[in-house]
Design a binder for this molecule. Structure first.
Ligand SMILES: *[C@@H]1O[C@H](CO)[C@@H](O)[C@H](O)[C@H]1NC(C)=O
Ligand SMILES: *[C@@H]1O[C@H](CO)[C@@H](O)[C@H](O)[C@H]1NC(C)=O
Ligand SMILES: *[C@@H]1O[C@H](CO)[C@@H](O)[C@H](O)[C@H]1NC(C)=O
Ligand SMILES: *[C@@H]1O[C@H](CO)[C@@H](O)[C@H](O)[C@H]1NC(C)=O
Ligand SMILES: *[C@@H]1O[C@H](CO)[C@@H](O)[C@H](O)[C@H]1NC(C)=O
Length: 229
């Protein structure tokens, strides 16, 4: 009886551990923690405006003591902008420290959002910002994403050049299309002509074959003998 029970339990345990293994490997493939600065990880901001540096995190195994920080790449050296720690899923960050002027934390753990705002940007604020995260559940593996901020002088004549570019692009595109169509038609025409000629050639050559090769046998045309006699 005892042996029978043990045997019955064994396959179940094996399948559970297999399931766990599969889950872990799938998670590993999806990256347990991921930091993201969005689909368009850069922004052009006008001097003096306020900009949001977006960053969010996702984790397929949940978080525990997620340490995150924003860093600014100041000509090669990474300067801390802010850092904090989120104890568990959906808990608000604790120990928020801000190391730069005009910076404010705008995130919310409800939306896995760790974005920051820079008020009244200056030209010195332009550059690369790294959003870094490290989840204790993953034994502190590093993850990060970069957001680039460009600071420009008040409304340059970007609009004008842009419309010119668009207009010339569209115009160029249409011209190319027309040229392409013309070329296509011309090529088709030439091909058709060539084919026609080819057919003619075949027909005439086969005609010549029949008459001059003398293979048809029966019809012997009195060929003038070579001018030799
Ligand atoms: C940038 O903006 C500030 C505040 O509006 C202004 O004082 C400064 O002159 C501006 N700098 C340039 C180069 O336009
Ligand atoms: C940045 O680095 C380059 C070369 O490493 C150096 O020539 C330049 O002076 C630096 N600029 C600032 C603002 O530190
Ligand atoms: C941004 O600049 C405006 C005026 O230019 C000022 O009133 C405001 O306090 C500044 N905000 C910060 C966070 O420095
Ligand atoms: C993060 O929060 C900021 C400020 O509340 C918001 O503007 C931004 O859209 C949020 N980003 C995401 C990805 O939810
Ligand atoms: C992870 O990041 C820390 C700084 O936050 C750094 O000291 C450490 O070398 C990094 N580890 C790896 C494996 O990149």
């Amino acid at each position: 009886m005892e042996i029978l029970k043990a045997r019955r339990f064994l396959p179940e345990r094996i399948s559970v551990s297999l399931l766990l293994m599969v889950m872990f490997s799938v998670c590993g493939m999806l990256e347990a923690l991921e930091m993201s600065t969005g689909k368009v990880p850069f922004l052009e901001a006008v001097n003096g405006s306020d900009v949001l540096l977006p960053c969010s995190y996702t984790s397929c195994i949940g978080i525990s003591e997620l340490y995150f920080k924003w860093e600014f790449n100041d000509n090669g050296t990474m300067v801390k902008v802010m850092d904090s720690m989120i104890p568990t899923d959906n808990a608000e960050p604790v120990n928020k420290r801000i190391y730069r002027d005009r910076v404010e934390f705008m995130g919310s753990s409800k939306t896995n959002n760790v974005s920051i705002m820079i008020w009244n940007v200056t030209f010195e604020d332009a550059g690369q910002y790294t959003c870094f995260g490290k989840n204790r559940k993953e034994m502190g593996k590093n993850h990060s994403a970069i957001f680039t901020l460009y600071v420009v002088d008040e409304l340059r004549v970007v609009d004008n050049t842009l419309t010119i570019i668009i207009v010339s692009c569209v115009g160029g595109g249409i011209a190319l299309l027309v040229i392409f169509m013309l070329l296509k038609n011309f090529t088709l025409f030439v091909l058709a002509k060539l084919e026609e000629k080819n057919k003619e050639c075949l027909v005439s050559s086969s005609g010549i074959d029949n008459t001059e090769n003398g293979l048809s046998g029966s019809k012997v045309t009195p060929k003038p003998t070579p001018k030799k006699a």
